[in-house]
Design a protein around this ligand. Structure first.
Ligand code: FES
Ligand code: FES
Length: 178
């Protein structure tokens, strides 16, 4: 049964308006995962320190675990589920680059890393290595594949700017150094 202070809220997620009834103190992560079934964003620390729950709110990486769902009602939200072009459709270049460079091991950090990288490349299509590191510094990868993740963002940037579409030996080397 819904709690006494439950209220309906409408969120704009991945281009669609979704109305749910939730507790007034529900986090955005709880609503995304438990009410909307968007389980890409993960629960890690619950304190805004690991990046596992990051989604884009008005295009900016936002830790959904410490964001009240009620504050997101006027926002445009993008989760990792909104990146690919429909069911079975083409992956976003950042997703494809993560696959091609093997930039994931358990994958728990990946949705947050991917959307943060998308936000970075939207703002800065050709980020330097230090800029990529800075953009992802709030994200923890417990598997430690940071080198491959950075290589993936570099590869996505190259492809999105009309560069090589394959994965070079250097890309694999960067990954192996992770
Ligand atoms: S679960 Fe939100 S930042 Fe760690
Ligand atoms: S791939 Fe396992 S936490 Fe990053």
């Amino acid at each position: 049964m819904a709690p006494a202070d439950a209220q309906p809220i409408t969120l704009t997620v991945n281009g669609a308006q979704r109305t749910v009834t939730c507790d007034s103190d529900a986090t955005l992560l709880e609503v995304l995962r438990d009410e909307l079934g968007l389980t890409g964003a993960k629960y890690g620390c619950g304190e805004g320190r690991c990046g596992a729950c990051v989604v884009l709110m008005h295009g900016r990486p936002t830790p959904a675990c410490i964001t009240a769902a009620t504050t997101a009602t006027s926002a445009t939200l993008l989760t990792v589920e909104g990146l690919a072009q429909g069911e079975g459709g083409a992956l976003h270049p950042v997703q494809q680059a993560f696959l091609d460079t093997g930039a994931l091991q358990c994958g728990y950090c990946t949705p947050g890393m991917v959307v943060a990288a998308v936000a970075l490349l939207d703002e800065n299509p050709r980020p330097s290595h230090p800029q990529i590191v800075a953009a992802l510094q709030a994200h923890v990868c417990r598997c430690g594949v940071y080198g491959r993740i950075i290589a993936a963002v570099q590869l996505a940037s190259t492809r999105m700017n009309g560069g090589a579409t394959g994965v070079s030996g250097a890309d694999h080397e960067n990954g192996a150094a992770a």
